[in-house]
Design a protein around this ligand. Structure first.
Ligand SMILES: [Zn+2]
Length: 443
């Protein structure tokens, strides 16, 4: 009997990183190529998803990148797909003497994504996922296979599958080197600058025009040649094709991603702050800004128990924080870290100033002609420059001016976290769902 029944598979991958040569997206690139080679009638229902998770978790993989692949295959090929991926993972990590603490996770889900996985995504994005919570989720989800068992990487693998649809998204084209060495990538910086100017309305964080630096190439010995971030898959391919790349590379793949969307910065109350939680909180200063050695600035935002916010100098937010006043109304966004003395401190990524109050001191106005008078010398009162009136009065006018600032300040592009929405993306938010990839999404 001939059956043509097909099934949608969601494959989550995480923590394939190693200190030496690997990374999860590179493994994904190899897996997708291999699946196309061995599975007929393989049809992707979405771009591979590159899903960034909570950046404040300490035992994270580099960059906290988990991946989900979503495709339709003949029902009879499901076991073959799983075997290909598991075998490849063994191969991929076998040449590593030291796995660098990596604990890869693979999750394979058949059919629709259940709400329990959406919730897990949200938790893995904004909080700490305890293994008991993970086990609960796993027990709730049917049609799920974990070929490597419950490893640490399973959290990211399942969270990537559970990435909530209907929210904002961006794209990243990642190209991979054919040689793997520690040396610098050979990409012409001028071609990057020109492409960036040409497509500036549709791309972000690829080139720092202020400091004249390209941001697309990583450093060190990993297989990534470059990554181009943008709003649209066709644009990132065009951008890529205009670059002068002076080394051989193996190819590229386009991911749909939650990068640059602020999805981790959820609104919380001060009382909800715990270590590892991400947040946006309305705060009032409980102390004046205090400058630490090295230029970092710290402010107290809660007395009992004490909570602080820290603005690191390299993020360029310290210069904003230094000028804050106890009467200012603000929202700060970032993630909570526990310092060694157990104090909770928010590492600030964004600061939104709603209103600020500033005190101004003026010389009094001339009672005869209304012009502001000039000082007649220390403790000698004032005199009018227009009509010559002299006053022995030494009291100045004090005015507290409330300014509606309504402005967001963000960490500098070079120090920005993958999830942080840069200034140029404000107003470009879109509602994203699974979308069939364009023809040249992988090469
Ligand atoms: Zn006067």
């Amino acid at each position: 009997m001939i059956t043509d029944s097909r099934v949608v598979l969601h494959v989550g991958l995480d923590d394939v990183d190693s200190q030496i040569s690997g990374c999860t997206t590179h493994f994904t690139y190899a897996v997708v190529k291999e699946l196309f080679r061995h599975i007929d009638c393989l049809e992707f229902i979405d771009y591979p998803n590159l899903v960034r998770l909570n950046p404040s978790i300490p035992f994270k993989t580099r960059g906290n990148a988990a991946v989900a692949l979503r495709f339709e295959v003949p029902y009879d090929d499901v076991e073959k797909v799983i075997k290909i991926i598991v075998d490849m993972l063994e191969d991929y990590t076998s040449d590593l003497d030291d796995k660098g603490g990596s604990e890869p996770g693979i999750a394979v889900l058949k059919g629709n994504v259940p709400e329990a996985l959406n919730k897990l995504y949200l938790k893995a994005l904004t909080d700490y996922v305890h293994v008991d919570y993970l086990r609960n989720v796993i027990s709730e989800v049917r049609d799920l296979k974990l070929p490597l068992g419950i490893t640490r990487g399973v959290i990211g693998a399942l969270a990537a599958i559970g990435w909530i649809q209907g929210e904002d998204c961006t794209y990243e084209l990642i190209a991979y080197r054919s040689i793997n060495n520690d040396g610098g990538r050979c990409v012409d910086v001028n071609s990057v600058r020109e492409a960036d100017i040409k497509y500036r309305d549709y791309v972000f964080n690829n080139y720092d025009h202020e400091d004249g630096k390209m941001l697309i190439t990583p450093h060190g010995g990993n297989p990534v040649l470059l990554g181009i971030r943008g709003e649209d898959p066709e644009i990132v391919v065009k951008y890529f094709r205009e670059l002068n790349i002076c080394e051989t590379y193996s190819g590229y793949i386009i991911f749909r991603t939650n990068q640059g969307t602020d999805s981790h910065l959820i609104k919380r109350d001060l009382s909800e702050l715990r270590p590892y939680r991400t947040c946006c909180v309305e705060v009032a200063l409980k102390s004046k800004p205090l400058q630490l050695r090295g230029g970092d600035v710290i402010i107290k935002i809660e007395d009992n128990p004490p909570i602080y916010a820290v603005f690191y100098n390299e993020t360029s937010l310290s210069s904003i924080a230094r000028k804050l006043d106890m009467r200012d109304e603000l929202i700060i966004c970032g993630s909570v870290k526990q310092w060694s003395d157990l104090t909770n401190v928010i590492n600030v990524e964004k600061i939104h100033i709603n209103r600020k109050v500033r005190t101004y001191v003026y010389n009094p106005k001339c009672p005869k002609c209304g012009r502001r008078m000039k000082s007649a010398g220390l403790n000698k009162g004032f005199k009018c420059g227009k009509c010559g009136f002299k006053s022995k009065e030494v009291v100045k006018e004090v005015a507290n001016i409330v300014e509606n600032v309504n402005k967001t300040f963000i960490t500098k592009v070079g120090t920005m976290k993958h999830l942080t929405k840069p200034q140029c993306r404000y107003g470009k938010e879109k509602q994203c769902n699974f979308i069939k990839p364009i023809n040249d999404w992988i090469q």
